[in-house]
Design a protein around this ligand. Structure first.
Ligand code: MBD
Ligand code: FE
Length: 282
């Protein structure tokens, strides 16, 4: 079959529809629109997409928007992970040291700004939830190994059901979300409960698509971090909890080497108490 895309009429249509034949407007947006239309028309022609398939897809995108799940779809398609790999490459080509530090990985769609801020340490869990006690401590260093005092570690994670406060009405505001300012040696410490893995809403628009292509919408148990300090670029990353069945089968492809720290299990209450941070949030 001959290609409509290659005809003069369609080539002119794409130029006109992209705003390239008129003055004014954003030049970069025009070129991107031209590419978008060219690639979309090529796809429709090559796959013989029918009008009913086309309108089904358009309606699906509208429903994704209405459901508030666009961030989930982007993560599930691996596009958010792709942006990380691209940023690594951009920084490496600019001569920055991207290998010495903690790797970046995706933010995801569930961050909420403005978590309570404290110095040095924090307790994240506000409910008497029957979770395994989690204590994490560390030191923020720059890529040269120098401790960074006064850095902000903004941490957020799911509860034992895989749900995040703000998106889950059964949790109080900012449960399992805190900002911790590192001490004079760049150290931070927090106590919380061990999160469970996340699953996309089973009846949602993301899962509808994932099921249609034979995939699942599960993430391994993980904890998110933004680490920022004046004069440094912000790090967006996560850690995974080792041993999780989805650790190398994350629907959002966020697991990276260097982001699976060892988990040390303590068997007695006394061992946990000795770690401190025993006062619950009030
Ligand atoms: C999450 O908790 C998450 O971290 C990502 C990336 C996508 C969906 C849910
Ligand atoms: Fe998450």
């Amino acid at each position: 079959m001959s290609s409509l895309l290659k005809t003069q009429h369609i080539q002119e249509l794409i130029k006109k529809a992209s705003g390239l034949t008129v003055e004014g407007g954003d030049a970069r947006l025009k070129k991107i629109t031209e590419r978008f239309l060219t690639d979309t028309i090529r796809l429709i022609e090559d796959f013989n997409v029918t009008p009913s398939e086309f309108w089904y897809a358009a309606n699906y995108l509208a429903r994704v928007g209405q459901s508030g799940e666009i961030g989930l779809v982007v993560a599930g398609l691996g596009l958010e992970h792709f942006l990380d790999l691209l940023q690594d490459k951009v920084e490496e080509e600019a001569g920055l040291d991207v290998k010495s530090g903690t790797p970046r990985t995706i933010e995801g769609p569930l961050y909420i700004e403005g978590a309570p801020l404290s110095k040095g340490e924090a307790r994240l869990d506000q409910l008497a939830e029957n979770g395994e006690v989690l204590i994490m401590e560390g030191q923020v260093k720059d890529v040269a190994g120098k401790p960074v005092s006064g850095a902000i570690v903004d941490v957020w994670h799911a509860n034992t059901k895989g749900n995040y406060s703000h998106f889950d009405q059964s949790q109080p505001a900012f449960n399992l979300r805190r900002r911790i300012e590192t001490d004079g040696e760049g150290r931070y410490k927090f106590r919380s409960i061990l999160p469970s893995g996340y699953a996309v809403p089973p009846e949602g628009t993301t899962n509808q698509f994932l099921k249609s292509i034979g995939r699942h919408g599960n993430r391994p148990a993980h904890i998110h971090f933004f680490v920022s300090a004046p004069g440094y670029r912000k790090l967006t990353t996560q850690i995974n909890i080792e041993g999780d069945e989805y650790i190398y089968d994350d629907f959002a492809y966020a697991t990276r080497d260097g982001l699976i720290p060892p988990v040390v299990r303590h068997s007695t209450a006394a061992e946990i108490q000795a770690k401190g941070l025993n006062e619950p949030f009030v």
